[in-house]
Design a protein around this ligand. Sequence first.
Ligand code: ARG
Length: 460
Amino acid sequence: MTSKIWGGRFQSATDAVLEAINVSIDFDKRLGLQDVRGSLAHVAMLAARGIVSKADADQIAQGLERIEGEIESGAFNFSRALEDIHMNVESRLAELIGPAAGRLHTARSRNDQVATDFKLYIRDAIDALDAALADLQRALATRALEEAGGVMPGFTHLQSAQPVTLGHHLLAYVEMIARDRSRFRDARARLNECPLGAAALAGTSFPIDRVMTAQALGFDRPTANSLDSVSDRDFVLETLSAAAICATHLSRFAEEIVLWTTPQFGFVALSDKFTTGSSIMPQKRNPDAAELARGKSGRVIGALVALFVVMKGLPLAYSKDMQEDKEGAFDALDTLALSIAAIAGMVYDMRVDRARMKAAAGAGYATATDLADWLVRALALPFREAHHVTGRIVALAEARGVGLDELTLKELQGVEPRITAEVLDVLGVEKSVESRKSFGGTAPDNVRAAALAWLEKLKT
Ligand code: ARG
């Protein structure tokens, strides 16, 4: 017999390499508090069902509470020789209360234990991310309200397309993040079934009460199938999927910040708090935080892909492969939280150069669609013909090296004689955005109303 908790049938000690590949305490120590919570619920149930004596259960609970304090204060001594968090907690319990500790593991296994612990962890992580995302939405909506009338170029193919407002652009991200939050909420709702009591894979012969433990741990109900309970890592995949999509949104925004802060765009400037310098080029103001938010999305997406690859070939029920679910998930969720905070910080702080944005909005004949629309409205041209006429006017402006609003009425009439002076009204970028009043369009009034509605909804 060896000294391991599971060492009953073993004659000699494990190889150092086995220990090295098997050990998970370096990362699953993060499940310490969840492990204690799960054990407290389990032992209370064992006592309620008469499976362990009240006296033993009280002793176990007291020991667990002491361990909880040790973990919280940082005094708990995690041992690599004890493999994982579950055995670390159990063996500390034995140190504290003696043989009664051995009764805690009745009617459960590490397989249902780890699934329960990890669900509790992911649930808390989702709640924290939701709060952080709400804060980011608040930052974006606040700035969107300020910039409701701030005209900027809207792009397709990164070519000037039609003028929009910065407020409208920022609110686009508020919408994306709303969907991210709803995806996390969905994942949370689906994961909220308790695997505890599934035991190793088949359930248990002890008369346990799974509803009781599920309720004690804040789950909606116990999981229905013991095999599924210990094999399921959907909840991690689903949470990482939501995280990967969210990180992708942040990355796209980060990319825009990188572009917008270049001297070439010059739409916004980050505050000194969110800018780094170059060790050689004294003039540089680098948007490192944005670049890192963009880059770190790779890690989040990578964690999702890695777990898919781990899971896809696993027969039911538990296999040790599944221990590989944690490091990537911890890292991805930490990384996402950090990126959210960095983006929110930049958004609150960034300075907007409205004049520069407005000038850029007019470049590239961005009001050509407004001209075509006017031809349709005022002259009843079919849109295709209006498109053609406008094209010729754009070519004329290009040849003359001026903007559309700098052409004279005479020049316009040279292309289409029925054009009247009223057309000059629609060629400016401000008029252009004001006219986009359709539901969801970029008109400043729309944007103001949408930003206010979001801020109201996001009130804490
Ligand atoms: N550390 C393990 C994990 O994270 C706990 C479950 C171990 N179960 C087992 N039968 N070896 O997956």
